[in-house]
Design a protein around this ligand. Structure first.
Ligand code: NDP
Length: 331
């Protein structure tokens, strides 16, 4: 008989009313997979907030353990790539959506979904980065592949005080970019300049319906907000620039015109972290180990405990969380 471990379980009744409970489970209760991992650290992403509060249909199999990413140690493996004792990270692949996720003492997943924890990184640091930070890195890599180098001009980051935004600012500034941080929280200006933002602007400047073309203000952008914000970012991107779009914190729509694309040759780069192939994941995590200042990472993250997950989920969808929240499963 295996030991029990604590887990958060989200269930639905026959009227589709959602409930969230903390339960004791055994490894036998987990779903299929060829690798079992002791979860040592996880995090609360915006998507986890949507899943736990039920504000968006993130969970598509019931009942389910939410939590889209974790770091931990392999305890059992039938996969040739992994053996007990290996330190691993998981982001996405439907974990916490259709497959039991991170908010449990153990997780059983497909070995192909895992990447190795970079040697110089702790499980807690990996989850301070989490899916939000790894997505920020995917955005940076996409801009680089589009030749948006620091000499091309400033890069704007929207949703700046959030998880994706905070890590994006820290990476971009370390790489030498002039970063313009767009935030609705003026009180976080010192925090954002501390991360490396050269300028902080009010997100209200980008929240009204966009003109077809605006003044050229930046060579590139990382957008976590969507809707009018992304439309404005596009219309203010200079000739030949590019914007990496990864989020929808302000809305799923994109009320824009083709003007930035056909008159300025601006490119819109779509970023998905969930199904990203393993090769780009490994590249992103190696780059994070190299290009993200650990001191800044610690400054943008706060460590909480398993029992704080549900309240943090509510806070994040209400826009009350600054930077990143790490859950220390041993805490
Ligand atoms: P956070 O909640 O930490 O940050 C989102 C930020 O967006 C907030 O802090 C706020 O920034 C800003 N914001 C929130 N609501 C609004 C609004 N109505 N209008 C304008 N700005 C708003 O979330 P994350 O950083 O974890 O995620 C950001 C987005 O990226 C989410 O939509 C998430 O779903 C998406 N995402 C997508 C991934 C992918 O694979 N494509 C992976 C990871 C995340 P401020 O207070 O500074 O204004």
């Amino acid at each position: 008989m295996s030991d029990t471990f604590k887990a958060i379980l989200v269930s639905r009744d026959e009227n589709k009313k959602q409930s969230v409970d903390t339960v004791d489970l055994r490894e036998d209760d987990l779903m299929e997979g060829d690798v079992t991992v002791r979860v040592e650290a996880t995090t609360v992403n915006y998507k986890d907030g949507l899943a736990i509060t039920g504000k968006a249909p993130v969970i598509r199999k019931w009942p389910l353990i939410p939590g889209i990413d974790f770091a931990g140690t392999v305890t059992a493996s039938q996969n040739p790539d992994w053996k007990p004792g290996d330190k691993v990270i998981l982001n996405g692949w439907g974990v916490g959506e259709t497959h039991h996720g991170a908010y449990a003492g153990r997780a059983r997943v497909k070995g192909d979904w895992l990447v190795a924890l970079p040697e110089e990184m702790s499980a807690l640091d990996a989850m301070a980065i989490g899916t939000a930070g790894y997505t920020a890195m995917l955005c940076v890599i996409a801009l680089e592949r589009h030749a948006i180098t620091p000499d091309r001009g400033p890069v704007v980051v929207t949703g700046a005080a959030g998880g994706v935004g905070s890590v994006a600012i820290a990476i971009l500034s370390r790489l030498g970019y002039h970063v313009i941080a767009s935030t609705g929280r003026a009180s976080e200006a010192d925090y954002l300049t501390g991360l490396g933002a050269a300028e902080v602007i009010d997100r209200a400047e980008l929240s009204e319906p966009a003109r077809a073309l605006g003044k050229e203000r930046w060579a590139g952008g990382i957008d976590a907000v969507g809707s009018h914000t992304l439309a404005n970012v596009l219309s203010m991107t200079s000739y030949g620039g590019a914007v990496a779009a990864c989020g929808l914190a302000g809305g799923m729509d994109l009320p824009t015109s083709v003007a930035p694309f056909i008159l300025r040759g601006v490119s819109l780069l779509g970023i998905d972290s969930v199904m990203a192939p393993r090769q780009i994941r490994e590249e992103a995590w190696q780059r994070l180990a190299r290009d993200l200042d650990t001191q800044k990472l610690r400054a943008l993250s706060q460590v909480k405990r398993f029992d704080d997950i549900v309240s943090t989920a509510t806070d994040i969808v209400e826009g009350k969380v600054r930077g990143r929240v790490v859950i220390d499963m041993a805490g």
